[in-house]
Write a protein that binds this ligand. Sequence first.
Ligand code: ZN
Ligand code: ZN
Length: 94
Amino acid sequence: MKLIALLSIVAISASGATVNKDCPMSGNPIKDGITYTISVCCNKCETKALKNLKETLKRVKDVTKCPFSNRKGIKQITIGFCCKSCLSDAKKQN
Ligand SMILES: [Zn+2]
Ligand SMILES: [Zn+2]
C-alpha cells in the first residue's frame, strides 16, 4: 500500500500531470486527456489556486497570466476534468 501511495505522489509531481484527481466542476473522477492548463506567477498563488480550483477557474481570463496578480504566469497548473462538457464549462467562465 505504501508503495502505491508513493507512486501516485510521483505521478502528480511529474510535468504534464494533473494537479487534481476529481473534476472541479462535477466532483467525479477525472479522465485522461481532458485537461486545461493555466499558469500562476509564484508559489503563493499556486497554493491559492490549488485550494479552490473551481474559484480559480472563474478568475482565469488569460491562461498565460496569473489569475490572482494578473502578472505573467511562470508556473503551469494542469487541471483534469471528468468530461468535455465540464472542461468547456470551465473555459466558458473566462
Ligand atoms: Zn503570485
Ligand atoms: Zn464532467
